[in-house]
Ligand binder design. Structure first.
Ligand SMILES: C[S@@+](CC[C@H](N)C(=O)[O-])C[C@H]1O[C@@H](n2cnc3c(N)ncnc32)[C@H](O)[C@@H]1O
Length: 271
């Protein structure tokens, strides 16, 4: 196993720990809090956006486990454990579900134990690997222990693809993963959306996410670019929408699109 202390750079902000800070977690360092506060002072709704994204994850996993009969989940860019992680939602509905988590941040690895609390009937696993090199995920022995690639799998890529700045590379990575999954599999994706933001917020995010910035690099994409990730798939109703509008709870008060700034969708591999 990786020597985490050797690779844990606490002097620089990391996306997993900053996100944890916005969600009210405790697994972050001063550099993450400084970066999180700097972004939140420019974009005051960022914490609500993080929470909305998390609720989108929970609603979509619930849909997949309860309505689509999915029993296998590959959650890449897992983030730090919080309430209602993928395995708790899925196994709460179908205890026999298998969940494989993947992240490349050593801090997530140190907390993987909290993600590996499976039901007796199901299984959970964790791989310390990089989405930019999908073969390290697909060829991992742990993947075969947790997932049967002869059966449908839900691939979860939530709030992670905006850390892959090159458009064509990001599309290739997603397609490569989908190619390894059988017909009947699903893709759940959420992504920071440039066209949902006001021009003033777009400008602020562009400055903060430029290469060399202490917060970046980070690539927001417009709707048509995000739609390309589903080009070979069938979108599930209501299609690609701001995350808070994806089958919201009936009594939910919907935040304005320009104060969440993320699109999401669920799509099915039909052939
Ligand atoms: C904003 S968090 C999202 C967490 C969770 N998916 C969610 O939506 O609540 C982004 C996560 O992606 C991980 N990540 C970023 N780039 C990655 C990469 N190239 N490979 C694997 N994980 C990555 C970060 O470490 C972090 O845990």
């Amino acid at each position: 196993m990786t020597d985490v202390t050797a690779v844990l750079d606490t002097g620089r902000a990391h996306s997993a720990r900053r996100y944890d800070y916005w969600l009210g977690g405790k697994d972050n360092f001063q550099a993450d809090r400084d970066s999180g506060d700097a972004i939140a002072s420019a974009i005051p709704w960022i914490r609500d956006a993080a929470r909305e994204n998390r609720w989108f994850l929970q609603r979509t996993v619930r849909f997949l486990a309860r309505d689509a009969g999915i029993r296998q989940f590959l959650d890449i860019g897992t983030g730090l454990p919080t309430a209602d992680n993928t395995h708790q939602v899925a196994q709460g509905i179908a205890p026999e579900s298998g969940i494989l988590y993947v992240d490349n941040d050593p801090i997530v690895l140190t907390h993987a134990r909290a993600l590996l609390t499976s039901t007796a009937e199901g299984r959970t696993g964790y791989i310390d690997a990089d989405l930019r090199d999908p073969s390290t995920i697909l060829d991992a022995a742990e993947l075969r222990k947790i997932l049967d690639l002869g059966q449908p799998v839900a691939l979860l890529l939530l709030a992670v693809l905006h850390f892959l700045p090159n458009d064509e590379h990001a599309l290739d990575v997603v397609q490569g993963l989908l190619d390894a999954l059988p017909t009947g599999s699903y893709l759940v994706l959420s992504h920071a959306a440039s066209d949902l933001l006001t021009p003033a917020d777009q400008e602020k995010v562009a400055v903060m996410s430029a290469p060399g910035s202490p917060h970046g690099p980070f690539r927001m994409r417009p709707r048509d670019q995000i739609e390309r990730f589903a080009a070979t798939l069938e979108l599930i109703d209501p299609g690609l929408v701001p995350v808070q509008r994806w089958r919201p709870d009936p009594n939910a008060e919907l935040r304005p699109d320009n104060e969440v700034g993320m699109y999401g969708f669920v799509a099915r591999k039909a052939n």
